[in-house]
Design a binder for this molecule. Structure first.
Ligand SMILES: C[S@@+](CC[C@H](N)C(=O)[O-])C[C@H]1O[C@@H](n2cnc3c(N)ncnc32)[C@H](O)[C@@H]1O
Length: 283
């Protein structure tokens, strides 16, 4: 039985988060499958919406995956540590700049997870963005009353990650995706191919995700397709992506983009869902 609880939902705000697109994505999710794979997990909007009983989830961002693992294993300690934080500008910069000091490596996994959750709730726009030295560089957000300790959500996520068979990895997507077997369902939500040179948001981690990596991802989709896995992929509707995935079903959807290095280009842009299986229509 899938876990049913209203508060089981993403606990972080994440660039490229799929929450607003869920109504457009749900109709394309296969009605049944064995194991769910999400190799670019981010805040996990689709994962928490589907609440699979068996899943393999992954992200290359080490700080992000540490938060999932700590919630899975040490939620009480995490909640206790979160309660120590304050929504204060000087304090914020003290916590933010910990990754600039040699002692950062001495923080426990719980302290690191607590730091990321605190920064996510109190930083400007709730972004995770690091500079080329992998240092968190988002300014203070000046929110009146941010919910730094969201106990109900964190406990629901803890219970779900404990009770179901959820494996959490912190690797490049390829090796994790290639663990999928026939009848498994893989949802790929990679960093998007930029719609213009200024539009790319590359603050997830220090490794960029260029067109060579988009091509590598497409080859992984080909391998999984031959293996008999069902694969759904989100990306932007650029000419490059449309051509790369020729032969697969391509469904255009409209999305509101919130994160863009050029603020004037915020608005509705076209995205794609790309899939390798026939859509099952509900009767
Ligand atoms: C578009 S976001 C995923 C958003 C997510 N679906 C959500 O709803 O929040 C892309 C994610 O891919 C991760 N990523 C970037 N390069 C990666 C790689 N080579 N392997 C695995 N994950 C990667 C980033 O850290 C980021 O969290």
């Amino acid at each position: 039985m899938a876990v049913q609880t209203k508060v089981l939902r993403p606990f972080l705000k994440w660039a490229g988060g799929k929450r607003q697109l869920l109504p457009q994505i749900r109709p394309f999710v296969p009605k049944s499958f064995e194991t769910y794979f999400e190799p670019f997990l981010g805040a996990g909007a689709v994962f928490f919406d589907l609440r699979p009983e068996r899943a393999v989830v992954n992200d290359l961002n080490t700080e992000l995956i540490n938060v999932y693992r700590v919630i899975q294993q040490d939620v009480d300690e995490l909640l206790a540590d979160l309660r120590r934080h304050r929504n204060d500008k000087d304090y914020y910069y003290q916590v933010r700049d910990m990754d600039r000091s040699d002692t950062f490596g001495q923080l426990t996994p719980v302290q690191r997870a607590s730091r990321i959750l605190f920064l996510n709730k109190t930083c400007y726009n709730g972004l995770f963005r690091v500079n080329r030295h992998n240092e968190f560089n988002v300014p203070f957000g000046r929110y009146k009353n941010p919910k730094i300790v969201n106990e109900a959500v964190l406990r629901a996520v803890h219970q779900y990650l404990q009770q179901q068979q959820i494996q959490i990895f912190n690797e490049d997507f390829e090796a994790v995706a290639l663990k999928a077997q026939p009848q498994d369902f893989v949802y790929f939500d990679p960093p998007y191919d930029p719609v213009s040179d200024t539009a790319s948001f590359t603050g997830y981690n220090i490794n960029g995700f260029g067109r060579d990596t988009q091509v590598r991802l497409k080859r992984v989709m080909d391998t999984l397709t031959h293996r008999g896995c069902r694969v759904l992929l989100s990306n932007s509707a650029t000419a490059f992506i449309q051509e790369l995935y020729q032969g697969y079903t391509q469904v255009p959807i409209m999305a509101k983009r919130a994160i863009n290095s050029n603020g004037q280009r915020r608005g509705r842009v076209q995205e794609m869902l790309i899939l390798n299986y026939p859509v099952e229509r509900s009767t």
